[in-house]
Design a protein around this ligand. Sequence first.
Ligand code: SF4
Ligand code: SF4
Length: 353
Amino acid sequence: MAIMTRDFNSVDLSDPKAAALAVKRKALELGADAVGIGNIERWANSPLQMDPRQIMPECKSIIGMVFRVERGSLRGVEEGTYFSNYSAMGYGGITYLYMPMTVINLSKFIEDQGYEAIPMGHQSDWRAISNNGALKKNFSRPVRPGQAHPDIMVHLRIAAYLCGLGEIGFSKMFLSPQFGPRCRVGIILTDVELEPDPIYDGPQLCNRCMACVKACPGQCFDPEKTVKVDLAGHEVEWADIDIDKCGIAFTGTKYTGVVQDDPYLQGNPNDTVPAEWSPFRHKPVSLYKTGQAVCGARGCTRACMISLENRGVLQNKFKDKFRRRPVWSVDWSTPDEAVTDIKFAEEKKNEAD
Ligand code: SF4
Ligand code: SF4
């Protein structure tokens, strides 16, 4: 019995139209929920540090894929009883587990046919620029004159837009016509020439309803301050979200400016308390590395999704509406009244104590 291996050069990708169809079918088969293609010329005006051609100078096409966050993953946060599912299954698990498997397997399919493919998801920890786009000091240096500082950061939401997969909403969230803001995005850079899809021109998704702005617990959006960019000849505008504020509110943290005996964030800083949108006395551990979305994306995802579903513009329709009970809030200034009849597990004393 001989060893077995994959079938090389069994699919002809030389015709851009047929190749695009083959790649899209494979992407759906491998677990993407939507797939679109952008030709590399659409990235012509990218800033150097965000230019995919800096990674793959011969790149001809970018394949964008949408991975849905299940609406059910948001249910436990919405009801206030089960928070970890969104952070694990709807966030970190998609980003660091499910999406890489799909983009890696699709890249293998392309490389089996003799073309190069770079599977990409959220690999931004090594990027040379910070959230405001400025180069990080003393971080890295170009390896050749004129080249970018490693690592390049390809903007995934912009990539999804340039692949024709949907809009960028006022919240700066990527909105797909299937799932609205319940999306994560993965991409593949490849030197195969694939027929591109048109930039999204379907039913309007973001109607500037401002539900995201009103419901964001961290008040991270300033509706008066927006950013306008030219994406392949299309003017796109979104709110200038305060990422630092989001990073704090997202984890259910509130700063008080007063030293706390038992702060919400363990260690420094020591002036934090749980916000009214966190039921946890201390910030829970991150799941799958960055999954610590205690706010459950209350504004930028849940409020937006409710708004889009109410307008009937999303393709993934449900039998029942998402919000079924009033929005909850935790009053941390009062004692926990539910404790009277509940037995708590005694923390086992460390033998060394
Ligand atoms: S909540 Fe409204 S304004 Fe905000 S992104 Fe969604 S549709 Fe646009
Ligand atoms: S993740 Fe939470 S805090 Fe951040 S913008 Fe969305 S709703 Fe606001």
